[in-house]
Each structure stands twice: as structure tokens, then as C-alpha cells.
Write a protein that binds this ligand. Sequence first.
Ligand code: ARG
Length: 269
Amino acid sequence: MRNSLKHLKRTTAAGAIALAAFSLQPGAASAAPAPDPGGSVHTDVVGGTRAAQGEFPFMVRLSMGCGGALYTKDIVLTAAHCVDRSGPDTSITATAGVVDLQDSAAVKVNSTQVLQAPGYSGKGKDWALIKLAKPIDRPTLKIAEDDRLTNGDFTIAGWGADKEGGDQQRYLLKATVPFIDDATCRKAYGDALTPGEEICAGKLDTGGTDTCQGDSGGPMFRKDDAGQWLQVGIVSWGEGCARPGKPGVYSEVSAFAANIKKAAAELGG
Ligand code: ARG
């Protein structure tokens, strides 16, 4: 855990591990594991618990193995690294309205277009919009337009891996992670971090709670002053998952709010 990247890069095999640890690739959208029998506390996202049906009605699972949130009823906000490019695209299926991806009540709608953040090149700017073929009648998630509420505890949720190298999940998992300031996060990630475009969150000392592969594109959110959910981040990357000293890195939504609004207007949303 405490090995630096430099140490990991000494051998080819370890280099591959280091690359995998920093990978922005979404988790494979494979079959989810069977539900946990019995009533034990289910620990997943990493270190999370199951979300209740309807608790986060804006949550979307995307078929390439990412998360997302309803920005409008027919536009999903996700991560740029979850899509290949901008343009017409009918290949993505968005699943919404359920915590159990195998629930027959799931709403499934295909994409018509994707818009990857202008200027995205793999560092920062990790946001994208997916236009849907028809609206999904569920509440949307408002995005932060300033950094006033970029502090405190954030909620994360997703169907991604429950541990590093773990399986994608059938049931939506949730957890709470505290905000970490840029200076502290820079100590963990150095120049890999893009302050001003990214925010970090996690339990720095202990690790144990984090998003992980397959959660990418999903929202990080908190309550605003009026008690409404407000999206402050988009799951982007981290070194491994839930490692002590290696927090999760999230796109700073407020930094892109104006761009997102403009891009959504271009998609007719
Ligand atoms: N890039 C990953 C994905 O595509 C998300 C990784 C998040 N990692 C973390 N340690 N918070 O799903």
C-alpha cells in the first residue's frame, strides 16, 4: 500500500499493476453477483451499504459499465472517460429507476448522442453528456454552480466494484466520504491531480471507503441549504480503491457548470 509508483514501476509486471491502479477504464458491464443471503450488513461501493429503492432516484447505470446522474430527464451527466468521443451514438443503454439492475421495473432507454467534454485529453475535464432517446420520468440531480458546498461529507453511490479488482454489483451501494482539500490531495497524487478541475474525497488515514471501477461517471453529492441533493463531483479516478493515503478523485462539477449547461443546450436539453 505504501509503495510509491516509482517502486511499483521497477518491474514490468508491477508496472502493469501501477497502470491498472491509475486506470480510468470503466468496469466491465458483466453479470452481477447473486445477492447476499441473510441479513448481514453488506459492505460495498467499497465500504458502503445498500441504497434503498427510491433513495437516489437520479442514479443511472450505463451499459458500458459506468454510472451517471439525470441532469435533465433526457440527458445523463457522466465521465468523459466513459465515452469515446462526441457525436451520434445509439449504442449506450441507460438503466434507471431501480436499485436492483435485474428488477423488471427498471426503465431502460438508449442513447442518441454523446458529448464528451471539449478539450478532454485524459487529465481533468472528465465529464460528458449522454442524450437519451426519450425522457425518464424521475427526479433530476441539480449540479453545483459554485464551490460554496464543496466541503463536509459527500455521498457516493454506484454499481461498481466492492473492492479493488472486485465484481460489478447488482444492487446500488452507497457510502459517505469526507472532502479533502487540494493541498492535502496533492501530497497523495502530485501533478496527476488537476486542482481547480478535480476534488478529492475519502478517509485519508484509514482508507476503507471509496468509489471503485465501474462507479466512474456517477455522482458525488450532498444536501444543499434547502435540503435538496446537489451534485458536487463525478467519479473519475484513484490509485487503487479505498487505500489509506489514496483518496478518490472526482471532477469538480462547479468548475464545469457553465460548460455543462451550454453543452446540454446544444443537445436540445
Ligand atoms: N476510473 C474508475 C471507473 O472507470 C473509477 C475509479 C475510482 N477510483 C477510486 N479510487 N475512487 O469506474
